[in-house]
Ligand binder design. Sequence first.
Ligand SMILES: NC(=O)c1ccc[n+]([C@@H]2O[C@H](COP(=O)([O-])OP(=O)(O)OC[C@H]3O[C@@H](n4cnc5c(N)ncnc54)[C@H](OP(=O)(O)O)[C@@H]3O)[C@@H](O)[C@H]2O)c1
Length: 273
Amino acid sequence: MIVVTGATGNVGRPLVRALAEAGERVTAVARRITEVPEGVRCCEADLFEPESLRDALEKARDLFLLTPGSFMAADGRLGGLLDIVRSSGVQRVVLLSSQGVATQRHPRDIEDAVVRSGLEWTILRPSGFYSNALRWSEEVRARRVVRAPFGDVGLPLVDPADVAEVAAVALRCTGHERRTHTLTGPEAISPRMQAAVIGAALAEPVRFAEQSRAEAREMMLRGMPEPVVETTLDILGEPTRTEQLVNPEINSLLGRRARTFAEWTSRALAAFK
Ligand SMILES: NC(=O)c1ccc[n+]([C@@H]2O[C@H](COP(=O)([O-])OP(=O)(O)OC[C@H]3O[C@@H](n4cnc5c(N)ncnc54)[C@H](OP(=O)(O)O)[C@@H]3O)[C@@H](O)[C@H]2O)c1
């Protein structure tokens, strides 16, 4: 049995589908689940209340562990979660971390706790997700405008569906134990370029309007904890050289090139129409 936390999210949803299609027995976990692919068991549980995961972890061999932003805001404490994971008989954890750990933007204590847990582990460190563009969808639908800060700063954003495919490989195959995979998209893309890609997909112009850092901060605080907002803005505005580099690991892990923002946009187009 493979347990997938964050099962309704940008990575978790395609991961659950891919594992189920590959014939794996899967348990999907989130605080609220309304639908899962046929044959998938679902358990509602809260990562902040580790005891609530006991049922989900019964007979589990592998765990895909997502760490919500609020974990970082809580100083990354995993509490008793890893004790419960270990005592349930789980052997392997694939941890969805982030590139910000490598570049010291985010604390590394969650990764350290997993590495020290005695479980087999694989760590995934993706760059920013294409799906973050969904926060522009309402204004694109209403006014055909993208409002974002740092319009001309390019970053090698990644398709969360590619991250999910890598996670599926790490959960199903050997050779990924005690390895950390850095996952980026195929090219650096700026918010202004993303607006143009969305416009091209809609076949209508989409205007780019540059926000100040303060305006962006205010908007992001509506959905993200403050420390995560600040580090995200630091990365978006003043990325380090490492944060700007395209990493070819997705190509070698999946045997194909990483998907572009245009490919993600064509899948997500309904949200912008
Ligand atoms: N977004 C990025 O650019 C980016 C970049 C690098 C790494 N990451 C990592 O990717 C992960 C999620 O990314 P996302 O922002 O795109 O999120 P998301 O896809 O919106 O997914 C969040 C998922 O986690 C579940 N969840 C949230 N809090 C939970 C809790 N306390 N207990 C159980 N389940 C919980 C949510 O369902 P419920 O709300 O129903 O529980 C949902 O299924 C995070 O670990 C983040 O560090 C994100």
